[in-house]
Structure formats: structure tokens, C-alpha cells
Design a protein around this ligand. Structure first.
Ligand code: ZN
Length: 139
């Protein structure tokens, strides 16, 4: 029998390249900060694409459907529902794509050996802009 593999205590996040404790990394070796940043990013772009879709829907309803005043409320409800569902769906899709297409950095996922310098340049962290109303939790 060979020596048993043991979980290393420190690993390098595959996204930001910073050294983390192993339990802070998830299955694809992202740290908490990177997951949060990716979620924020996905939520922002999910909202933006939903806004674009809602505007297109409003234009289509206005110029193609030409609803009578009686049904304006119902159409408004459809637009709101489409926006709400669309932003959530887009957010999940964008988040999934971000996870799938994430390319490990050169030293990612490797056990940090004692005496090695902490890896990764300090200023490569991308700044995700917060969208409006990020205080509202992500269900
Ligand atoms: Zn990270």
C-alpha cells in the first residue's frame, strides 16, 4: 500500500490565484471571494439582459400587439413576470458559463509548499461593478 493521500491545508484558488485554506475552496477550487464576485457579476448581467429583453417586449407589445387600454395591466404584468424570470434565468446561465469556462491559472490548485511565496500578482483582481439594488438578497 502506498501512502494515503491527505487533503492539503492550503491550496491556490483557480480564479484569483491567491492562497486559501482548503476548506474555503469549492469543488472547482474557487474561493469564497471569487464565488461572490462571480455571483455579483452574473446577477448584474442577468438584470441587464432582462432589462434589454423587457424593453424589446414592451416595444413589441406597443407596436405589434397594440393592446387596448383594457388589457394594459395584463401586458404590464407579463412584462414584469418576463423580466423577473428572465433575470433569474440569465443569472444562473451566466454564472454557470463563468464556472464552466473558467481556466485554471498556471499554479492553480497546487498545494502550497512551505517556504514558497504566495502566488499571484496583487493587482489582477477584476473589479466587478455592483448593479443597482444589490442589497436585495439573491433568493
Ligand atoms: Zn479566488
Amino acid at each position: 500500500m502506498r501512502g494515503r493521500w491527505h487533503a492539503p491545508e492550503h491550496l491556490v484558488c483557480t480564479r484569483c490565484g491567491r492562497q486559501r485554506e482548503a476548506h474555503q475552496l469549492d469543488r472547482i477550487l474557487w474561493c469564497d471571494d471569487c464565488r461572490r464576485a462571480a455571483r455579483r457579476h452574473a446577477a448584474l448581467w442577468g438584470r441587464l439582459s432582462a432589462v434589454a429583453a423587457a424593453v424589446a417586449l414592451i416595444l413589441w407589445i406597443t407596436f405589434a400587439v397594440r393592446p387596448s387600454n383594457r388589457f394594459l395591466g395584463a401586458w404590464a404584468g407579463i412584462v414584469v413576470a418576463a423580466y423577473w424570470l428572465g433575470s433569474r434565468a440569465a443569472r444562473e446561465v451566466i454564472f454557470g458559463i463563468t464556472r464552466i469556462t473558467s481556466r485554471p491559472r498556471g499554479n492553480a490548485g497546487l498545494e502550497v509548499l512551505p517556504g514558497t511565496q504566495e502566488a499571484g500578482p496583487a493587482d489582477t483582481e477584476e473589479e466587478w461593478r455592483d448593479g443597482p439594488g444589490t442589497a436585495a438578497g439573491s433568493g
